[in-house]
Design a protein around this ligand. Structure first.
Ligand code: CO
Length: 145
């Protein structure tokens, strides 16, 4: 385990949520993205080395939209950075933990989700980041709006 990468909060309206997190809490927005294949719009805000991810569903059929309808706004998942995601998944599967699908290539690296029933009620995203060149950070900044 390297560090807590981010904590994700599902919101009804990203702009409204930013008016709290960005404007009132004065957190810096480091990235904004539309992820059509996941049916969400996201914004990342820096909290030291970690981030808060705000998630707004844009597709009513997405898992995040169902979550929002069922539970309302609030904590959606936490993301832990790992060195070797395949090794961690092998170990979890061997010990009977629930994984919500195969490891896949996400925007920031290889990711997989651990089912909340195996993690005492918390959905856990595991992330093995792509080894970024120093310039990758600037690319993220360029997408910030
Ligand atoms: Co996340």
């Amino acid at each position: 385990m390297r560090k807590l990468d981010h904590v994700a909060v599902v919101v009804n309206d990203l702009e409204e949520a930013l008016s709290f997190y960005r404007d009132q809490l004065r957190m810096e927005v480091t990235q904004r993205r539309l992820l059509p294949e996941e049916g969400v719009r996201v914004a990342f805000l820096a909290a030291g080395e970690s981030h808060i991810e705000l998630l707004q569903p844009v597709d009513p059929e997405s898992g995040v939209a169902r979550f929002l309808r069922k539970k309302g706004e609030g904590l959606h998942h936490i993301c832990l950075q790992v060195e070797d995601i395949d090794a961690v998944v092998r170990q979890l599967v061997a010990s009977g933990a629930g994984i919500t699908g195969p490891v896949r290539e996400g925007a920031h690296g290889k990711v997989v989700f651990v089912h909340p029933r195996s993690a005492h009620g918390v959905l856990i995203e595991l992330l093995q980041p792509v080894e970024e060149a120093a310039s990758a950070g600037n690319m993220d900044k360029a997408q910030t709006k």
